[in-house]
Write a new protein. Structure first.
Length: 136
């Protein structure tokens, strides 16, 4: 395993919360952390309100797309973060599993998505401080 931490964000549709988290971590940590996201039942497209909420902060996630969660994605991650959606992740010893209880932005307008986005950003900043302590 290389010295670079790897984070996998998981939610059911991989269309909102996990995509915003991936966008923030990629934006804030650059290539210092490998970032992926996936869903157990991925949607067809990203949540438009999540895309809009991120664009308001200058982060473009339109190139991302929902992906299927695979055991390999979990097994090759340093940290696996589920997004409060009760997803059943494959379990591998030695993987750091965490669950972030976050409201589901599905079907909500951008006004309702902003507080979720802001909570994700705060948690991402804390995660970066933990995984890359020398960056601060």
């Amino acid at each position: 395993m290389s010295g670079k931490p790897s984070v996998l964000f998981v939610c059911v549709h991989n269309a909102g919360r996990s995509q915003m988290a991936q966008g923030f971590l990629t934006h804030l940590a650059g290539d210092a952390i490998e970032v992926r996201s996936a869903g157990s039942a991925p949607g067809d497209t990203l949540n438009p309100a999540a895309v809009e909420a991120m664009a308001e902060l200058g982060i473009d996630i339109t190139a991302q797309s929902p992906k299927v969660l695979t055991p390999e994605a979990v097994e090759t991650s340093t940290v696996v973060i589920t997004m409060g959606c009760g997803d059943a992740c494959p379990y591998f010893p030695g993987i750091d599993y965490r669950d972030w209880k976050l409201d589901d932005p599905a079907g909500k307008g951008v006004e309702s998505v902003r507080p979720i986005r802001d909570e994700i950003k705060k948690r991402i900043e804390d995660l970066i401080a933990e995984l890359l302590p020398t960056r601060l």
